[in-house]
Design a protein around this ligand. Structure first.
Ligand code: ZN
Length: 215
C-alpha cells in the first residue's frame, strides 16, 4: 500500500515531543501505523530528540522519582484490545481498536443524516476524535474550520478538489481551508476525523443540527 498524503515533519515532531492533544495523538499514531515512510521519519525524529536530550544539563528530581518511574515500567502498558488473528484483515488500525475495544464491528455508530454515521471516541476534551461512515458518492457539507482538523482514511476514499485520499492518507486542514469532501463511488468511506473546534458550515441545515452532533 502506498500512502500519498503523509503527515508533515512539523506535526511528527510535535507528536514525538508530546505536544499534541490526545485526539490528535490518536490520528498521528494511526497514520504512522499505516504508513511505513512516516514511521521511518518518526524514528529519525525520535533519534534526534534522544540525542539532544543526552546533551542537556541534568535537572535534580524529587526523591523517589526513579523508583516511581521503574514501577510504572514494571507495570507495563495498559491492557490493549487483543490483536486480531494472523491473516485477519482489519479496518481499524491498532491505536483506534484500543479506543473502540475491537474492530469495525464493535463501533457504536449513531446516524447523522443522509446515511452518514459517526462514533465519537473518548479522549481529553482539547480536541474531538470521531469515526465517520460516509456512504459511497455522498458529499460532506461545505465547511471551514476553527483550529486544526486531521482526517485519516481507513476504508474507501474521498475526493477533495483535485486530491484523492485513500486508506492511510492523512488530510490536514485549518482555519484557512474551506472544503467539501466527496466519498468515492464504489465503496463506503470510513475515516477517523479529529477536530480542535466546531466546524463552520455554510449551509443552514448543517448549522441547525451541529450542536446535537457535536461537530
Ligand atoms: Zn474539514
Amino acid at each position: 500500500m502506498t500512502v500519498h498524503h503523509q503527515i508533515s515533519d512539523e506535526y511528527l515532531t510535535d507528536y514525538a515531543a508530546g505536544n499534541l492533544a490526545e485526539a490528535f495523538n490518536l490520528a498521528v499514531a494511526s497514520h504512522v501505523s499505516l504508513c511505513p515512510e512516516s514511521r521511518a521519519r518518526l524514528d529519525e525524529i525520535e533519534a534526534v530528540g534522544g540525542a539532544v536530550l543526552e546533551h542537556c544539563e541534568t535537572a535534580s528530581m524529587p526523591a523517589g522519582s526513579l523508583e516511581a518511574t521503574l514501577a510504572l515500567i514494571a507495570a507495563g502498558p495498559p491492557a490493549a484490545a487483543a490483536p486480531p488473528p494472523a491473516g485477519h484483515c482489519t479496518v481499524l488500525p491498532q491505536p483506534v481498536r484500543d479506543y473502540v475495544g475491537g474492530d469495525i464491528s464493535a463501533v457504536r455508530w449513531r446516524p447523522v443524516g443522509m446515511g452518514v454515521k459517526q462514533a465519537i471516541l473518548s479522549t481529553s476534551d482539547e480536541a474531538t476524535a470521531r469515526l465517520l461512515y460516509i456512504p459511497a458518492g455522498c458529499e460532506m457539507p461545505d465547511h471551514g474550520h476553527r483550529g486544526l482538523e486531521m482526517t485519516l482514511v481507513l476504508q474507501g476514499a474521498f475526493l477533495d478538489g483535485e486530491d484523492r485520499f485513500a486508506r492511510g492518507d492523512l488530510e490536514v486542514a485549518d482555519d484557512d481551508v474551506s472544503h467539501m469532501p466527496v466519498a468515492d463511488e464504489g465503496e463506503d468511506c470510513i475515516c477517523l476525523a479529529v477536530t480542535e473546534g466546531p466546524l463552520k458550515f455554510s449551509g443552514l441545515l448543517p448549522r441547525l443540527v451541529q450542536p446535537f452532533l457535536k461537530i
